[in-house]
Design a protein around this ligand. Structure first.
Ligand code: TXA
Ligand code: MG
Length: 365
């Protein structure tokens, strides 16, 4: 069934003070959201697809619109800490440290959920819920005015790159959702970091993202920090009755239409390898693309290319990656090669998403 998708354009210049609360299109979006509608909105990371987290009918429409597997739980977005206390059970002091340091901001904290407060679809049957306060004035105003906790995964069709503009949301979901709050491009460009406290003194990073491990370490004191990517999890691809600890990790994500390969090594070796591969693919009549940092972009000769910004400023790559992958799809690219970056700072999240986009296809030259 196709439905009419409203577009509400919000000027970000109005963001200071309470002025945004008086914005009529935003008021309309919030009224609908509070009444069970499914509305896409910007956050500081990527656009989210929101619904009242207490309303199962509304939440079910998120899963349907995205084509998302029902065992992958949703992040709940709140506007302030008062809203938090109504949803979760008591949590350790370490969680408070993280909230005080990083909220509002791109850190999702998995906490024990109070029974009966959220739709079971949101938590996918887990006894925990991932929660964050987004650092975006339109998102905060929308959540406040809707008057409910807002469940919101990224506003893309499942398996596609997350949307960093309202146009990306429209391309994936127009006709499937009630509306889109359009506030231009998002800032961080990759999703939030998801953490879980596996003990009162142990932080497990389930998904690297906008808040870096180094930033977390600075406020974690003597707590242990471990990465879910290096912890062995039961293999839940087959015959898994229970939802795994980090359900999102088992699904293919962020895939462009073309085949993608990451190429690691010295800049000179990478350029030689990629240019040979491009020439061979062209010989087979395939359309090619290269994703590279500004410092090296002119060394490549593919049909289409996109910049990840400066290799000295990896936040630029984070901001541009998803738009670049969508651009390659639009251009009908069949083979993509990409440079790699260091796995520190935001480079950890950037490499994580590029590895997923490439289906872990990486070569060292
Ligand atoms: O930046 C973001 O986090 C964006 C914006 C819209 O806030 N949202 C987002 O949501 O990326 P989504 O649904 O695409 O990713 C949520 C991730 C999934 O990997 C999911 O498995 C994990 O968070 N997650 C959610 N609740 C969880 C829980 N209770 N325990 C473990 N992992 C959880
Ligand atoms: Mg997502």
């Amino acid at each position: 069934m196709t439905i009419q998708t409203a577009i509400w354009r919000i000027s970000i210049e109005q963001q200071c003070g309470g002025e945004l609360d008086a914005d009529q299109p935003l008021q309309e979006a919030a009224r609908l959201l509070g009444n069970g509608a499914v509305v896409a909105f910007p956050t500081e990371t990527v656009y989210g697809l929101g619904a009242d987290a207490r309303n199962s009918e509304a939440v079910a429409r998120i899963f349907a619109a995205k084509g998302r597997p029902s065992d992958n739980p949703l992040i709940v977005h709140i506007a302030d800490k008062q809203q938090l206390e109504e949803l979760v059970l008591p949590y350790p002091a370490l969680a408070v440290r993280l909230m005080d340091a990083f909220w509002p901001g791109p850190l999702t904290i998995v906490l024990p959920v109070q029974a009966g407060k959220l739709s079971k679809l949101v938590t996918a049957g887990l006894d925990t819920v991932g929660i964050r306060i987004p650092d975006h004035p339109a998102a905060l105003s929308l959540i406040r005015q809707a008057g409910c906790p807002v469940a919101a995964p990224s506003a893309n069709r499942s398996g596609k790159p997350s949307p960093t503009t309202a146009e990306h949301v429209k391309a994936d979901l127009a006709g499937r959702i009630d509306g889109i709050v359009d506030c231009g491009s998002t800032g961080v460009g990759l999703e939030s970091t998801v953490v879980e406290l596996v003990t009162p003194h142990t932080i497990r990073i389930l998904r690297p993202g906008g808040i870096t491990e180094e930033q977390i370490r600075l406020v974690a004191g003597d707590a242990f920090i471990e990465s879910a990517l290096t912890v062995s999890e039961p293999n839940c691809e087959q015959n898994c009755d229970e939802a795994p600890r980090s359900p999102g990790m088992k699904y293919a994500h962020y895939a462009p239409d073309g085949q993608m390969q990451l190429v690691d090594g010295t800049a000179a070796n990478v350029a030689v390898y990629i240019n040979k591969a491009v020439a061979a693919a062209r010989g087979n009549g395939q359309r090619t693309a290269v994703l590279a940092f500004d410092e090296h972009l002119d060394q490549f000769d593919a049909d289409v290319s996109a910049s990840l910004g400066s290799i000295q400023r990896l936040e630029q790559g984070a901001n541009r990656l998803y738009a670049a992958l969508r651009y390659f799809d639009q251009e009908g690219v069949e083979q993509i090669w990409s440079e790699c970056c260091v796995r520190s700072g935001i480079g950890e999240a950037l490499m994580n998403r590029m590895m997923k986009a490439a289906g872990n296809n990486k070569i060292y030259v």
